[in-house]
Ligand binder design. Sequence first.
Ligand code: KIV
Length: 239
Amino acid sequence: MKGKEPIAMLTAYTCPIARYLEKSGVPIILVGDTVGMVEMGFNSTCHVTMDHMQYHVAAVRRGATHTHIIGDLPYQSYESPESALSNARLLLEAGADSVKLEGPHIEEIEHLVANDVAVVGHTGLTPQTAVNFKQVGNEAADAKRIVDEAHQIAAAGAFLLVLEHIPSNLGQEITESTEIPTIGIGAGPACDGQVLVVNDALGIGDYWPSFSKQYAQIGEIIQQAVARFKAEVVNRQFP
Ligand code: KIV
């Protein structure tokens, strides 16, 4: 799709949401480790385990049988080429078509690709190891590090690259200088595609990153519906 049609990607963690995404024609679903923050109430993605990811990948696959699903490898699940491969295989068995990992784990990416695992890279802000969620790549040295990482990840054989929370010009530079498609989240409009955390896009939750966009306020709709149900029970209007 690079150079032809911008790629719309969303995260999903549950079967019903995955079903809606597939019906809407989204070509790629990411079962991200953001599940830990937006669905499980943790303050970091680092609490997410392989068990959690297998559970959520399987649920999403049951809802979206025909959509490409990326399974996120959680924190510390790809510390060596061997552990990357065995954990990636567990996500593929659960229903993923490809796996994503954060940062320049070049040996791990090469090992996965050599063993026929399709890999998505992720650079810029990498939440599993970040100290905060601020934009990165503003200083020349950091921008160069991110560009170099992007090129190394692509050269290692990744087929897609997520760019998170970097200046737009950096998103553009990487997009123009790599052959694989870039998917931005807070990385500017020049990326080959865009990804949002589905809870942010649907307005479910109470915090949205500045670069996100709410396309609906589903949280408010849930609250209103539940308040109506409660009132009808209390007033003996229901059933
Ligand atoms: O885990 C995730 O949902 C992600 C996106 C923020 C790209 O990595």
